[in-house]
Design a protein around this ligand. Structure first.
Ligand SMILES: [Zn+2]
Length: 314
């Protein structure tokens, strides 16, 4: 068990220094939250984030009263809510991850945790819906190592594109497509060293498709998981929090031009690797919420209300 540290002045300075001299560093704060204190480990955000951070830093304009700013782009506000699709890449046979992570995605609707996402809105003051739609098997598919065990960013978009163009998954502009890789698979732009997951968007079949990469932390537990297993599967239990992080970011900043702060941090970045109040599950692991029939340990998210703060529910 590890003790989490709040963001301190010292860690802010450390982050600034690292961004100043290292163009390869992703624009994310999660590294400073890592309880191991390693110089890497985070954690998420889309490829090219460092470049965007630079562009954002030069942009004038003060923070809102809630510590995160709206930049005019769309958010995922449709009445039907946000649709989640899973693409299981690699070998997941005999792994309990699909059962665990399907429960997770299928239980977010109406949860206090997802309700935090509804504090974000678009230019018409339309909020993100409190609904997350997922069902198995219709919103899942698999990919048997089409691009081997070492995936480039382009390969990951192709995994999504292939699933859509082959009609294994629908083409859905209101969807977020997760490429979930087994522990023998890496992502060459920095899985385990620069990030644990990221989200972005791209044009697939003429539509603006939102998608995310989330690797299996079993590949690098100290970098990408809390090494807690409320569901008896530390990799999958770690992935649940990373999926949560990327999903709320994709909903509030789907085209990377909506909600982020002066530092370029999206909502979940501002609370990464903080977990609020936890309890001990029957198997001895730490958890902080129950979704469906399962316990989970999910990072807090930034509430865009009341001055702004990290919380587990709203
Ligand atoms: Zn993030």
């Amino acid at each position: 068990m590890r003790v989490l540290q709040p963001l301190s002045i010292l860690s802010v300075l450390a982050l600034s220094a690292s961004l100043a001299h290292a163009g390869a560093v992703k624009a994310d704060d999660d590294a400073v939250y890592r309880p191991t204190g390693k110089g890497y480990g985070e954690l998420d955000d889309s490829p090219g984030a460092a470049a965007r951070e630079h562009a954002r830093a030069a942009r004038p304009g003060g923070a809102t009263s809630n510590g995160i700013d709206y930049h005019g782009g769309p958010v995922m506000t449709t009445a039907s809510g946000v649709n989640v699709y899973y693409i299981w890449y690699g070998d997941w046979s005999g792994n309990t991850a699909p059962a665990i992570l399907e429960t997770f995605a299928g239980s977010l609707t109406g949860s206090g945790w997802w309700n935090i996402s509804t504090t974000y809105y678009d230019a018409n003051k339309k909020s993100i819906a409190p609904t997350v739609t997922f069902s198995s098997p219709t919103m899942t598919t698999s990919d048997n190592y089409t691009y081997g065990t070492s995936l480039s960013d382009a390969n990951i978009q192709s995994v999504v594109s292939n699933a859509i163009t082959s009609n294994r998954l629908p083409k859905d502009p209101n969807g977020v497509y997760f490429v979930l890789t087994s522990a023998d698979v890496t992502a060459t732009s920095g899985f385990c060293t620069q990030y644990c997951g990221w989200h972005t968007h791209g044009t697939i079949g003429g539509s603006d498709i939102k998608y995310s990469f989330v690797g299996n932390p079993d590949r690098c537990p100290s970098s990408c998981s809390m090494q807690q297993a409320p569901n008896g599967n530390a990799g999958a239990d770690g992935m649940a929090s990373i999926i949560a992080h990327e999903l709320t970011e994709a909903a509030s900043d789907p085209d990377l031009n909506a909600w982020y702060d002066r530092r370029g941090y999206e909502n979940a970045d501002k609370c990464a690797w903080t977990f609020g109040t936890t309890y001990t599950t029957i198997n001895g692991a730490k958890a902080n919420m129950k979704l469906g029939t399962r316990d989970f340990l999910i990072q807090q998210n930034w509430v865009n209300a009341g001055g702004g703060y990290c919380a587990l529910s709203y």
